[in-house]
Design a protein around this ligand. Structure first.
Ligand code: ADP
Ligand code: MG
Length: 591
């Protein structure tokens, strides 16, 4: 596991160049703060000796003006260093978030199964600010505070080397003690982040599943989960607090002893050797001025350890391989007819359990091919493989003779239109959701597509028509309406290959008939692969593949397969035959 120091090194390496000029400027300002602080302590020697002891009236005005100048300079330098660092910090957060998001779009889709969406939400905000915190802590503490301490120590040594030796003995002791606390902080922080993502998760579940929560009366379960997450964040925060607070008494004790030692030694020299008090006052001021920066520096290790957890998580994500990052210059997929061949393909989601096993499947160009079979057979998985959302463990998939693994991902996905089983809508207007099928499409074309998907009428019936907001995950429109909007989107995309995972329900039979007609128009002359749940689809298919446990066990037309009297005819008798007498209608949960 990378240490905190490794993380800082990597952050500096990756961001340093971009921010170097600004950091340099900020450091300059911080050095000025450090210098003026040291000088302000040193000046006290003259205040006491010249004005109070030697009663030098001429010097009074000069010294007063000098003090004003010093503090104005210090104030200005402090202001600029803070503003510059703040700006760098905000930009760092923004850059990190952009970088994480860009990466998120390219990682293997399996990543999203490993990392929950709540976890990602938490990471987006928490990890990005951890990056800022870490770099700013480093620059503030090693810039301003460490410079200040060094400046003040130099002042003390210049004033009185022996006294400085006595005063500074406590430093190393304090440093050793704070080491111990760092380990504890690391553990607590990681758990704090986890609990925080728990809060996000439950909130999201309640908001999206509110109807299920209410009808199954899961309120108390959800409440218990939420309270558990909230309380564990509270606990961690308390633990963190007590560890960090432990630094203060330690510093106070060490600091107090140093002050006492200095007073004793300097007092003894003044009382017994008649030494002037100016030196002592300047010295003790410098020592006391050290307290604040020293306190901060002694805490920085703890704070860095906490930030390191977030930075480490950020790198974890950035370092997951970006599988969709392809070398430039990959050949484009050229679709002339659109025939698809799946050759000896095997695939597994998790080790030990192949979902597709040595599958061979032909989807003839320009025809409608139906996949039927029991649920869990691997039909949806085939769609993922065709779009290269998943990559086969072995075997190849070809479109018009080109291996889809070799062509550019962009061109592959451009040529495939997908209507999934759960029509996914983005938050935004209906028009925007349709236009997602083709970003450049005019409003008229979108409306045409909506008409074809038999969505136009219900859309016009909505209070704001095409401008109606569909809500989060399309929550403001019904399941059937979502389906039709998704269909319109696919119509608009106008790709030569169509993948259709039929909804098992959600459409009434009249709309169903209409869409069937329109679908035929959409699929005319295009290669269509449909996971069929409806009798009408199956009867209209040019070719049917029966999928069972990751293999094609039978292929042919409806008549051929019935005549063969194999698996298809059994499946058909079992699930479809009863619908033959009546008019075609949705076969809810049939497959
Ligand atoms: P179908 O569409 O024919 O119902 P799927 O292709 O959805 O079948 O699923 C085939 C098998 O793969 C099922 O046993 C299912 O449990 C498994 N499966 C599907 N998706 C995943 C996934 N993301 N991770 C692990 N296993 C999965
Ligand atoms: Mg499926």
């Amino acid at each position: 596991m990378p240490t905190t120091f490794d993380l800082i090194k990597r952050l500096v390496k990756e961001n340093g160049r971009e921010y170097a000029p600004q950091y340099a400027l900020a450091t300059l300002c911080m050095m000025l703060v450090a210098a003026t602080t040291s000088v302000s302590a040193y000046v006290l020697k003259y205040v006491v000796d010249t004005i109070f002891v030697h009663q030098d009236r001429a010097a009074l005005l000069g010294i007063t003006v000098g003090i004003v100048v010093i503090f104005v300079a210090k104030g200005a330098a402090a202001y600029f260093s803070e503003v510059i660092l703040g700006h760098i910090g905000n930009r760092l957060v923004a850059q990190t978030q952009k970088r994480m998001f860009d990466h998120m779009m390219k990682v293997d889709i399996a990543f999203f199964q490993k990392v929950s969406s709540s976890d990602l939400v938490t990471r987006m905000s928490y990890n990005a600010s951890a990056v800022r915190d870490m770099l700013n802590m480093v620059s503030l503490n090693f810039g301003r505070d460490l410079f200040t301490i060094v400046g003040l120590v130099i002042t003390m040594i210049t004033l009185d080397p022996v006294l400085a030796g006595i005063a500074l003995i406590g430093g190393p002791i304090a440093a050793l003690a704070s080491r111990k606390m760092v380990e504890r902080i690391k553990k607590v922080t990681r758990r704090e982040v986890e609990s925080m993502s728990g809060i996000v998760r439950v909130t999201r579940e309640v908001s999206q599943g509110v109807q299920v929560v209410k009808s199954f009366q899961l309120e108390s379960t959800m409440r218990a989960r939420m309270f558990h997450a909230i309380e564990s964040v509270q606990q961690r925060a308390n633990k963190m607090l007590s560890i960090q607070a432990g630094v203060n008494p330690m510093m106070e004790t060490v600091g107090g002893c140093a002050v006492a030692a200095v007073v004793f030694y300097a007092g003894w020299r003044n009382l017994y050797h008649g030494e002037s008090p100016g030196q002592f006052f300047a010295f003790i001021t410098a020592l006391l001025m050290c307290a604040d920066p020293a306190r901060r520096v002694s805490r920085v290790q703890l704070q860095l350890a906490a930030a390191a957890v977030g930075v480490r998580m950020m790198f974890e994500m950035i370092d997951t391989p970006a599988v969709e990052d392809e070398p430039p210059g990959r050949p484009e997929l050229v679709v002339a007819k659109g025939g698809v061949e799946v050759k000896d393909v095997s695939f597994r989601y998790i080790v030990n359990k192949p979902v597709i096993e040595g599958m061979n499947l032909t989807v003839p160009a320009g025809k409608v091919t139906a996949l039927v079979g029991h649920s869990g057979g691997g039909k949806t998985t085939i769609f993922s493989l065709l779009q290269r959302l998943r990559v086969p463990d072995s075997g190849v998939i070809e479109i018009d003779g080109q291996n889809i693994a070799d062509v550019s991902l962009k061109s592959l996905r451009r040529n495939i239109s997908v209507v999934g089983q759960e029509a996914f809508l983005f938050e935004g207007s209906i028009l925007e959701n349709i236009r997602a099928g083709n970003e450049g499409a005019s409003e008229e074309t979108c409306i045409e597509a909506a008409k074809a998907a038999s969505a136009h009428e219900f859309i016009l019936g909505l209070p704001r028509g095409y401008e109606t907001q569909v809500g989060e995950l399309g929550g403001h429109v019904s399941g059937g309406q979502r389906q039709r909007i998704a269909l319109a989107r696919a119509f608009l995309k106008n790709a030569p290959i169509i993948l259709l995972d039929e909804p098992t329900s959600a459409l009434d039979s009249e709309t169903e008939d209409f869409i069937q007609r329109e679908l035929r128009r959409l699929t005319e002359g295009r290669t269509t692969l449909v996971i069929a749940h409806r009798l009408s689809t199956i009867l209209h298919a040019d070719l049917i593949h029966v999928i069972e446990a990751g293999r094609v066990i039978e292929s042919g037309t409806h008549e051929q397969l019935i005549a063969a009297g194999g698996a298809y005819s059994r499946l058909f008798k079992l699930q479809f035959a009863k619908f033959l007498e009546t008019k075609p209608q949705p076969l809810a949960e049939a497959i």
